[in-house]
Design a protein around this ligand. Structure first.
Ligand code: TMP
Length: 208
């Protein structure tokens, strides 16, 4: 493989992104990449406030949450020692579990999607993913998986909301298809089958 890449995994809750981040990390390391795997919301103070709002420990309007994600993402990019831009400069391939398409989809359900895109334009200007990989599952599969794995259901984890979030993802992909490289992977399969397709996609991209 030629160069270090920036890859964002996207999907509704329960889509298996974190498993895929781990599996892709192993494959990339085997191919000789140094890999930095990361996620949003981050562990920053902004990320902690967001999680408190999701868990209803703190009140949070959808607009406030959308704005906190804008700040958390800029910090994720710009923090001087572990920020994604620094890691790319250091030669790491960076894989993030969620990036700005999560904001377009999750907040676009509640506020104007064009505002969300505009509010994230600094991040998009700083760093666009080489690949946005969307692991596509239905809201039915998502809810089944969440019921098995979660002790408490968070703010956005209802069938109705996840259905709308998935539709917003597809809308945002259509709206931004000229400027973003998006790859949709069928997610209702074994983790190994999904990982195989993800790996082929990454290799194909890297060969271009
Ligand atoms: P996770 O379950 O992948 O850790 O994501 C945490 C939640 O954060 C998930 O419900 C999606 C939500 N989220 C947003 O609402 N906006 C965003 O910009 C991001 C990155 C995540």
């Amino acid at each position: 493989m030629k160069k270090n890449l920036f890859i964002a995994f996207e999907g509704i809750d329960g889509s298996g992104k974190s498993t895929q981040v781990k599996l892709l990390t192993v494959r990339l390391e085997e191919a000789g990449h140094k890999v930095y795997a990361t996620f949003e919301p981050t562990g920053s103070p902004m990320g902690r406030i967001i999680r408190d709002m999701f868990n209803h420990r703190m009140e949070g309007d959808h607009r406030t949450i959308a704005a906190l994600f804008v700040a958390d993402r800029l910090h994720h990019l710009l923090e001087s020692s572990t920020g994604m831009l620094r890691k790319l400069e250091e030669g790491y391939t960076v894989i993030t579990d969620r990036y700005y398409f999560s904001s377009y989809a999750y907040h676009g359900v509640h506020v104007d999607i064009d505002w969300v895109i505009q509010a994230n334009s600094l991040s998009a200007g700083l760093l666009r993913p080489d690949l946005n990989i969307f692991i596509d599952i239905s809201p039915e599969v998502s809810m089944e998986r969440l019921k098995k794995s979660r002790e408490a259901i968070e703010m956005y984890e209802t069938y109705d909301n996840l259905n709308k979030v998935r539709a917003k993802y597809l809308e945002a992909f259509e709206q931004l298809k000229e400027v973003e490289r998006i790859c949709v992977v069928e997610g209702d399969r074994s983790p190994e089958a999904i990982a195989g397709e993800v790996w082929e996609t990454v290799r194909r991209y890297d060969a271009t």
